[in-house]
Write a protein that binds this ligand. Structure first.
Ligand SMILES: Cc1cc2nc3c(=O)[nH]c(=O)nc-3n(C[C@H](O)[C@H](O)[C@H](O)COP(=O)(O)O)c2cc1C
Length: 189
């Protein structure tokens, strides 16, 4: 089936057109958390999370320079990536809006360096900040993974500006079979 093609170059690449192009790449959704002054729990929804290295264990995500939590992420030196389950859409939206106390009514506990670990997340990676790199209107945070909490639940997925779920488990199992059977040299993470 033919698909409509459209090309953009330099000057015509705007934040809106870039956001639209990047939105075609499906991602998981996470709430990244840290501790602010006087032990105040802070967090925001992200989909910029990705893997960097297996040995050492490094991950990354990026934070908008406009975030009111930026001072705390810079200062505290630790964060947790709470990867959301398929039925945590409301939690995703709650942490995607500025608010004074996003943790009201949220079930969480203190993890590595006191950083909030959200109860019920699909997977949580507790990290020590390894490096912060400038990245235009964002800062890129790389972290060393110190602790992992995992469940076998299914993830929430973000695609073309919408929260969606993975296709049927039958399709998932077939894809997972193909991935597991790749020669080990072709495997990334
Ligand atoms: C699916 C999704 C992914 C997002 N990813 C990021 C991200 O990677 N980095 C970021 O800084 N903001 C991201 N945002 C926007 C923040 O969640 C939003 O601006 C939030 O209000 C930030 O919280 P704060 O105002 O307390 O800093 C995302 C929002 C959504 C809905």
């Amino acid at each position: 089936m033919a698909t409509k093609a459209d090309s953009l170059e330099d000057a015509t690449i705007t934040p809106a057109s870039l956001r639209e192009a990047l939105g075609s790449f499906p991602t998981g959704v996470a709430v990244v958390t840290t501790l602010g002054d006087e032990g105040k729990p802070l967090g925001l929804t992200i989909n910029s999370f990705n893997s960097v290295s297996l040995e050492p264990a490094l991950v990354l995500w990026s934070l908008a320079l406009s975030s009111p939590s930026i001072g705390a992420f810079r200062k505290h030196g630790a964060f947790a990536i709470n990867i959301l389950r398929k039925d945590q859409g409301q939690l995703c939206m709650k942490f995607a809006r500025p608010a004074d106390d996003k943790f009201e009514d949220i079930n969480w506990s203190k993890g590595y360096k006191g950083v909030p670990v959200l109860k019920g997340a699909m997977v949580t990676l507790e990290c020590e900040t390894y490096q912060i790199v400038e990245g235009g209107d964002h800062e890129v945070y790389m972290g060393t993974v110190k602790r992992i909490h995992k469940t076998d639940s299914a993830p929430l997925v973000f695609h073309r500006g919408q929260l969606v779920q993975l296709a049927s488990s039958a399709l998932r199992e077939e894809a997972s079979f193909r991935l597991k059977n790749r020669p080990s040299k072709q495997r990334a993470t």
